[in-house]
Design a protein around this ligand. Sequence first.
Ligand SMILES: *Cc1c(COP(=O)(O)O)cnc(C)c1O
Length: 354
Amino acid sequence: MIDGRAEVRGLPLYVPDAIANCVVDASDNTNMWGAPPAAVRAVAAAAASATIARYPSVYSEPLKDAILDYVGLKQAAVVTGCGSDDVLDSTMRAFGDSIAYSTPTFSMIPILARLNGLALHPVPLTNALDLDAERLVDCRARITYICAPNNPTATPASRAAVEYVVERAAGIVLIDEAYAEFAPETFTSLVADNERVVIARTFSKAFGLAGLRVGFGVGAPDVMRVIERARGPFKVSALAERAVLAALETSPDGLEWVRDRAARAIVNRTRLADSLATLGLPVLPSAATFVMAPTSRALVLASALRERGVLVRPFAGLPREIEVFARSGGEGLRIGVGPWEMMETLLSVLAEVV
Ligand SMILES: *Cc1c(COP(=O)(O)O)cnc(C)c1O
């Protein structure tokens, strides 16, 4: 009786990588430069006032116009959430009974799907690491999830494959663009002509606000209203709301700070990829703020790095249907991109252990 539902009992707990004497933490794709100074000041100012004694806005109304401005859309609507995880969760609750998605992909997807009682339809990426658009569509799932760029591979989805899915999928097409700020193209504008497209984005990555937990969805007004109902009220805290408003303001300590750090990450991504190749760890083409090196030594290397205070994220059990992962025994190392001094430290420790 006190065991809880079977779906919940069977779920793994999220195990964070954190260690006490960490030199470089490149394990979670957050902003390694920190948070925008304007957001930090906004949180400090709000905490000193009576703000936190009262409830925040019910559905983050003060954020919605700023978010639409940021993504450059006028006709669309916005839903916010406690992280974009909450938007993904609420979308599944609102529309699910089944979900098709590529593997490997964001680890929360099968977990949230099980929690919401959805049937799972995993479809491996192609050998070119693109969506297998035909197979995704053939699942006829109520929700088709696309992660573009994809976590953990960092690879982009081709426009042709995304458009194929959007035109033919049976229901909602949920496009997770957590790394849009680092990608050569985004699919957010597809929302304008396609009522079934829901874009999920986050303030946890390029915006450096992971600790405040804010994400958002954009889509057709009718669809956003349904997701908002499934989400429930008061999901974004008053402090988080102030921080996001400050970060979205065009100022050197706000949005310009965010754009500048994203631009640096893109430059450092290429440098990191080149250096890793030199160390015998070539990476997959990256459109995100991290790189993925398929290597059969991922677990061994990650624990050797960890002993030396450097955190990266090792993967095992990646789908062998995909050639690169068949060759790496299903293992891969995901490494976050940050300031070059941090990357140099990481690379010199890595050079000791490879
Ligand atoms: C990090 C991440 C998210 C979620 O982040 P939140 O902190 O919940 O906003 C969503 N999707 C992908 C692919 C991610 O990598």
